[in-house]
Design a protein. Structure first.
Length: 277
Protein backbone atom coordinates (compact mmCIF):
# COMPACT_ATOMS: atom_id res chain seq x y z
CA UNK A 1 0.00 0.00 0.00
CA UNK A 2 3.06 2.31 0.27
CA UNK A 3 2.27 3.49 3.80
CA UNK A 4 4.80 6.08 5.01
CA UNK A 5 2.96 7.51 8.02
CA UNK A 6 0.50 6.05 10.55
CA UNK A 7 -1.78 8.13 12.80
CA UNK A 8 -2.92 6.29 15.92
CA UNK A 9 -5.56 7.32 18.42
CA UNK A 10 -4.84 6.11 21.96
CA UNK A 11 -7.88 5.39 24.14
CA UNK A 12 -10.13 2.68 22.73
CA UNK A 13 -7.65 2.16 19.89
CA UNK A 14 -3.93 1.70 20.58
CA UNK A 15 -4.37 1.23 24.33
CA UNK A 16 -6.25 -1.67 25.88
CA UNK A 17 -9.17 -1.16 28.24
CA UNK A 18 -6.72 -1.03 31.16
CA UNK A 19 -4.86 1.89 29.59
CA UNK A 20 -1.82 -0.28 28.78
CA UNK A 21 -0.24 -0.98 25.40
CA UNK A 22 -0.94 -4.56 24.18
CA UNK A 23 2.24 -6.43 23.27
CA UNK A 24 1.18 -7.05 19.67
CA UNK A 25 0.68 -3.31 19.18
CA UNK A 26 4.10 -2.53 20.63
CA UNK A 27 5.82 -5.08 18.40
CA UNK A 28 4.04 -3.91 15.25
CA UNK A 29 4.60 -0.20 15.97
CA UNK A 30 8.31 -0.65 16.63
CA UNK A 31 8.64 -2.83 13.54
CA UNK A 32 6.97 -0.12 11.45
CA UNK A 33 9.29 2.56 12.87
CA UNK A 34 12.32 0.35 12.18
CA UNK A 35 11.11 0.03 8.57
CA UNK A 36 11.17 3.81 8.19
CA UNK A 37 7.44 4.45 8.66
CA UNK A 38 6.53 7.52 10.73
CA UNK A 39 4.23 6.36 13.55
CA UNK A 40 2.37 9.35 15.01
CA UNK A 41 0.30 9.22 18.18
CA UNK A 42 -2.82 11.34 17.62
CA UNK A 43 -4.70 11.69 20.89
CA UNK A 44 -7.27 13.84 22.59
CA UNK A 45 -5.12 13.59 25.70
CA UNK A 46 -2.98 16.47 26.87
CA UNK A 47 0.72 15.72 26.29
CA UNK A 48 1.43 15.19 30.01
CA UNK A 49 -1.22 12.43 30.11
CA UNK A 50 0.38 10.28 27.40
CA UNK A 51 1.33 7.06 29.28
CA UNK A 52 4.84 5.71 29.74
CA UNK A 53 4.01 2.67 27.61
CA UNK A 54 3.73 5.04 24.65
CA UNK A 55 6.62 7.34 25.53
CA UNK A 56 8.89 4.29 25.84
CA UNK A 57 8.21 3.04 22.30
CA UNK A 58 11.56 2.68 20.58
CA UNK A 59 12.01 5.34 17.92
CA UNK A 60 8.71 7.20 18.45
CA UNK A 61 9.18 10.81 17.36
CA UNK A 62 5.85 12.61 16.90
CA UNK A 63 2.83 13.05 19.21
CA UNK A 64 -0.30 15.00 18.30
CA UNK A 65 -1.99 16.01 21.56
CA UNK A 66 -5.11 17.83 22.78
CA UNK A 67 -7.11 16.80 19.70
CA UNK A 68 -4.63 18.41 17.34
CA UNK A 69 -3.70 21.54 19.28
CA UNK A 70 -0.03 20.54 19.22
CA UNK A 71 2.39 18.41 17.24
CA UNK A 72 5.36 17.58 19.45
CA UNK A 73 8.68 16.50 17.92
CA UNK A 74 10.18 14.36 20.67
CA UNK A 75 13.61 14.41 19.03
CA UNK A 76 13.75 18.21 18.90
CA UNK A 77 11.96 18.56 22.24
CA UNK A 78 9.40 21.15 21.16
CA UNK A 79 6.15 21.60 19.22
CA UNK A 80 6.35 22.02 15.45
CA UNK A 81 2.67 23.04 15.20
CA UNK A 82 0.22 24.65 17.63
CA UNK A 83 -3.35 25.94 17.46
CA UNK A 84 -5.20 27.56 20.35
CA UNK A 85 -8.86 28.40 20.92
CA UNK A 86 -9.88 31.96 20.07
CA UNK A 87 -10.20 33.97 23.34
CA UNK A 88 -13.69 35.10 22.25
CA UNK A 89 -14.75 31.44 22.18
CA UNK A 90 -13.32 30.96 25.68
CA UNK A 91 -15.45 33.84 26.96
CA UNK A 92 -18.58 32.41 25.30
CA UNK A 93 -17.99 28.93 26.72
CA UNK A 94 -17.40 30.27 30.22
CA UNK A 95 -20.65 32.28 30.05
CA UNK A 96 -22.52 29.27 28.71
CA UNK A 97 -21.12 27.04 31.45
CA UNK A 98 -22.08 29.47 34.21
CA UNK A 99 -25.60 29.83 32.85
CA UNK A 100 -26.13 26.07 32.57
CA UNK A 101 -24.09 24.78 35.55
CA UNK A 102 -21.74 22.81 33.30
CA UNK A 103 -18.63 20.93 34.43
CA UNK A 104 -15.49 21.77 32.47
CA UNK A 105 -11.96 20.62 31.82
CA UNK A 106 -9.43 22.94 30.17
CA UNK A 107 -6.05 22.04 28.69
CA UNK A 108 -3.26 24.60 29.02
CA UNK A 109 0.51 24.41 28.62
CA UNK A 110 0.53 20.62 28.44
CA UNK A 111 -1.58 20.13 31.59
CA UNK A 112 -5.25 19.25 32.10
CA UNK A 113 -7.32 21.22 34.63
CA UNK A 114 -10.70 20.13 35.92
CA UNK A 115 -13.55 21.63 37.92
CA UNK A 116 -12.78 20.57 41.50
CA UNK A 117 -16.36 19.48 42.18
CA UNK A 118 -16.26 17.09 39.21
CA UNK A 119 -12.81 15.80 40.22
CA UNK A 120 -13.89 14.92 43.75
CA UNK A 121 -17.16 13.40 42.54
CA UNK A 122 -15.20 11.04 40.26
CA UNK A 123 -12.85 10.27 43.15
CA UNK A 124 -15.79 9.15 45.31
CA UNK A 125 -18.24 7.76 42.77
CA UNK A 126 -16.10 6.86 39.77
CA UNK A 127 -17.11 7.49 36.16
CA UNK A 128 -19.03 5.43 33.63
CA UNK A 129 -17.03 6.71 30.66
CA UNK A 130 -13.51 7.11 32.06
CA UNK A 131 -11.27 5.18 34.44
CA UNK A 132 -11.21 6.82 37.86
CA UNK A 133 -7.46 6.24 38.22
CA UNK A 134 -6.78 7.98 34.90
CA UNK A 135 -8.71 11.11 35.91
CA UNK A 136 -7.10 11.37 39.34
CA UNK A 137 -3.61 10.93 37.89
CA UNK A 138 -3.87 13.29 34.94
CA UNK A 139 -6.20 16.11 36.10
CA UNK A 140 -5.44 19.13 38.28
CA UNK A 141 -8.53 20.27 40.26
CA UNK A 142 -9.37 23.99 40.39
CA UNK A 143 -11.96 25.66 42.61
CA UNK A 144 -12.54 28.34 39.96
CA UNK A 145 -11.79 26.86 36.56
CA UNK A 146 -13.68 29.72 34.88
CA UNK A 147 -11.30 32.33 36.24
CA UNK A 148 -8.36 30.17 35.17
CA UNK A 149 -9.70 29.91 31.62
CA UNK A 150 -10.28 33.64 31.32
CA UNK A 151 -6.85 34.49 32.73
CA UNK A 152 -5.22 32.13 30.21
CA UNK A 153 -7.65 32.65 27.33
CA UNK A 154 -4.91 33.21 24.73
CA UNK A 155 -3.41 29.74 25.18
CA UNK A 156 -6.21 27.28 26.00
CA UNK A 157 -5.66 24.14 23.90
CA UNK A 158 -8.91 22.26 24.39
CA UNK A 159 -12.10 22.31 26.48
CA UNK A 160 -14.06 19.27 27.61
CA UNK A 161 -17.66 19.56 28.83
CA UNK A 162 -19.19 16.52 30.56
CA UNK A 163 -22.85 15.61 30.94
CA UNK A 164 -25.00 13.24 32.97
CA UNK A 165 -28.08 14.32 30.99
CA UNK A 166 -27.74 13.37 27.31
CA UNK A 167 -30.62 15.64 26.30
CA UNK A 168 -28.71 18.53 27.84
CA UNK A 169 -25.62 17.45 25.92
CA UNK A 170 -27.48 17.68 22.61
CA UNK A 171 -28.92 21.06 23.59
CA UNK A 172 -25.45 22.45 24.33
CA UNK A 173 -23.94 20.81 21.24
CA UNK A 174 -26.38 22.74 19.03
CA UNK A 175 -25.22 25.98 20.64
CA UNK A 176 -21.45 25.46 20.48
CA UNK A 177 -21.49 23.81 17.03
CA UNK A 178 -22.27 27.17 15.41
CA UNK A 179 -19.47 29.05 17.16
CA UNK A 180 -17.10 30.74 14.73
CA UNK A 181 -13.41 29.86 15.08
CA UNK A 182 -14.04 26.62 16.96
CA UNK A 183 -13.81 22.91 16.23
CA UNK A 184 -16.41 20.82 18.10
CA UNK A 185 -16.21 17.03 18.52
CA UNK A 186 -16.47 14.17 21.08
CA UNK A 187 -14.23 11.32 22.20
CA UNK A 188 -16.59 9.71 24.71
CA UNK A 189 -20.35 9.46 24.59
CA UNK A 190 -21.06 11.96 27.38
CA UNK A 191 -18.77 14.84 26.41
CA UNK A 192 -18.34 17.73 24.01
CA UNK A 193 -14.82 18.85 23.15
CA UNK A 194 -14.03 22.32 21.83
CA UNK A 195 -10.75 23.21 20.16
CA UNK A 196 -9.38 25.96 17.98
CA UNK A 197 -10.42 26.22 14.34
CA UNK A 198 -7.03 24.73 13.40
CA UNK A 199 -7.24 21.99 16.02
CA UNK A 200 -8.15 18.53 14.87
CA UNK A 201 -6.15 15.37 14.49
CA UNK A 202 -6.56 15.56 10.72
CA UNK A 203 -5.38 19.19 10.50
CA UNK A 204 -2.35 18.41 12.65
CA UNK A 205 -1.52 15.43 10.46
CA UNK A 206 -1.78 17.59 7.35
CA UNK A 207 0.70 20.07 8.83
CA UNK A 208 3.08 17.28 9.83
CA UNK A 209 2.84 15.64 6.42
CA UNK A 210 3.79 18.98 4.83
CA UNK A 211 6.93 19.01 6.97
CA UNK A 212 7.72 15.39 6.05
CA UNK A 213 6.69 15.72 2.36
CA UNK A 214 4.24 12.81 2.64
CA UNK A 215 1.01 12.47 0.63
CA UNK A 216 -2.45 11.62 1.98
CA UNK A 217 -2.43 8.38 -0.02
CA UNK A 218 0.58 7.29 2.06
CA UNK A 219 -1.27 7.80 5.36
CA UNK A 220 -2.98 5.11 7.44
CA UNK A 221 -5.03 6.06 10.52
CA UNK A 222 -6.70 4.02 13.26
CA UNK A 223 -9.46 5.27 15.57
CA UNK A 224 -12.65 4.50 17.46
CA UNK A 225 -14.55 7.71 18.26
CA UNK A 226 -16.05 10.78 16.60
CA UNK A 227 -12.90 12.89 16.99
CA UNK A 228 -11.09 10.29 14.85
CA UNK A 229 -13.43 10.50 11.85
CA UNK A 230 -11.70 13.42 10.06
CA UNK A 231 -8.33 11.70 10.11
CA UNK A 232 -9.85 8.42 8.90
CA UNK A 233 -11.43 10.36 6.04
CA UNK A 234 -8.11 12.05 5.32
CA UNK A 235 -6.13 8.82 5.18
CA UNK A 236 -5.44 6.64 2.20
CA UNK A 237 -6.34 3.78 4.56
CA UNK A 238 -8.80 4.62 7.36
CA UNK A 239 -9.09 1.84 9.95
CA UNK A 240 -11.83 1.62 12.57
CA UNK A 241 -11.62 -0.63 15.58
CA UNK A 242 -14.18 -3.41 16.04
CA UNK A 243 -15.16 -1.61 19.27
CA UNK A 244 -15.52 1.75 17.46
CA UNK A 245 -18.70 3.80 17.34
CA UNK A 246 -20.92 2.71 14.45
CA UNK A 247 -20.59 6.10 12.75
CA UNK A 248 -16.79 5.73 12.81
CA UNK A 249 -17.02 2.36 11.07
CA UNK A 250 -19.17 3.97 8.39
CA UNK A 251 -16.28 6.31 7.54
CA UNK A 252 -13.58 3.63 7.56
CA UNK A 253 -12.05 1.65 4.73
CA UNK A 254 -11.44 -1.34 6.99
CA UNK A 255 -12.51 -2.60 10.41
CA UNK A 256 -9.81 -4.32 12.44
CA UNK A 257 -10.00 -6.28 15.71
CA UNK A 258 -10.77 -4.63 19.07
CA UNK A 259 -8.34 -2.54 21.08
CA UNK A 260 -8.19 -5.36 23.63
CA UNK A 261 -7.11 -7.89 20.99
CA UNK A 262 -4.35 -5.81 19.40
CA UNK A 263 -6.39 -4.51 16.49
CA UNK A 264 -3.88 -1.74 15.78
CA UNK A 265 -1.01 -4.20 15.56
CA UNK A 266 -3.02 -6.44 13.24
CA UNK A 267 -3.85 -3.48 10.97
CA UNK A 268 -0.19 -2.40 10.79
CA UNK A 269 0.91 -5.91 9.87
CA UNK A 270 -1.81 -6.17 7.22
CA UNK A 271 -1.38 -2.83 5.47
CA UNK A 272 2.34 -2.21 5.98
CA UNK A 273 3.76 -5.73 5.73
CA UNK A 274 1.00 -7.73 3.99
CA UNK A 275 0.90 -10.14 6.92
CA UNK A 276 -1.86 -11.58 9.09
CA UNK A 277 -1.40 -11.75 12.85
Amino acid sequence: MGIKIIGLDLDGTTLGSNGRLPELNKIAIERAIAAGINVVIATGRVISAVPEDIMNIEGLRYIISSNGAHVRDLKLGHDVYSSFINPVVIERVVSLAKENNLYLEAFHDGQAYIDAELYYDIDVNGSVHRRREYVLKTRNPLDDIFEFMLENSAEIENINIFFDDMDKLEEIRKIVSVYDNANVTSSVLNNIEIGGIGSSKSMALVELMKILSIEKSELMCCGDAANDIPMLQLAGVGVAMENAWDIVKEHADYVTDTNINGGVGKAILKFCFDEEA
